[in-house]
Write a protein that binds this ligand. Structure first.
Ligand code: ITT
Length: 197
């Protein structure tokens, strides 16, 4: 697989929570990590049908616009009793964005009702795109269960609702170092760093 020899990349995301997590994971590798937000890159329309397709749309667009290698992240929460919804629509499930992510979490909890199966997983697809058009794909997943009431203030998005298997605390209660070792994003990034660095 193609190695990343450049010492500067752009994260093709406008989500500050993703940027914070990915920057922390890149620190030991000595790579300067800019974000699409820092560079004021345009946000392409995410009209893919899979996490990988959407990650590729973001990465290719950012690499072309910035002239730097770009890493796109498309991720989401897949709830098993809801046939893996909201999945690729996890960000849009929070429309009209009332009350931060509480709106989406309350809606999910209502949809689940008294379902006995509260299992779910987070998926993360990463696509690395070089300015010359070459791409490489990586994926990660973490399984867990959805708790109510939600707890914790760390992380972002659905973290206060998600308790990873093997833990009693949600991603929003666990320290960032723990989430950044076991999360879907951490696992996809490990596959990227193992193969490309
Ligand atoms: P970009 O497209 O700019 O990257 P986004 O937030 O729209 O930002 P996605 O389309 O990939 O990103 O949507 C992913 C959504 O899934 C995100 O907004 C969160 O709600 C949720 N999500 C993904 N990873 C998560 C995590 O680690 N913890 C909690 N929620 C997460």
């Amino acid at each position: 697989m193609r190695k990343l020899i450049e010492k500067r990349i752009v994260l093709a995301t406008h989500n500050a929570g993703k940027v914070k997590e990915m920057q922390a994971i890149f620190v030991p590798f000595g790579i300067e990590v800019l974000s699409a937000g820092d560079l004021k890159l345009t946000e392409p329309e995410e009209d893919g049908k899979t996490f990988i397709e959407n990650a590729r749309i973001k990465a290719v667009s950012a690499a072309k616009e910035s002239g730097l290698p770009a890493l796109g992240d498309d991720s989401g929460l897949c709830v098993h009793a809801l046939n893996d919804r909201p999945g690729i629509y996890s960000a849009r499930y929070n429309e009209p964005k009332k009350n931060g992510f509480m709106y989406a979490m309350e809606k999910l909890n209502e949809e689940l009702g008294n379902a006995s199966d509260r299992s779910a997983h987070f998926s993360c697809a990463l696509v690395m795109a070089w300015p010359d058009g070459e791409t490489a794909e990586f994926e990660g997943r973490v399984d867990g269960a959805l708790q109510w009431p939600v707890k914790g203030t760390n992380g972002f998005g659905y973290d206060p609702m998600f308790v990873p298997n093997g833990y009693d605390l949600s991603f929003a209660e666990l320290p960032a170092e723990v989430k950044n070792t076991i999360s879907h994003r951490a696992r996809a990034l490990k596959s990227f760093t193992d193969n490309c660095l």
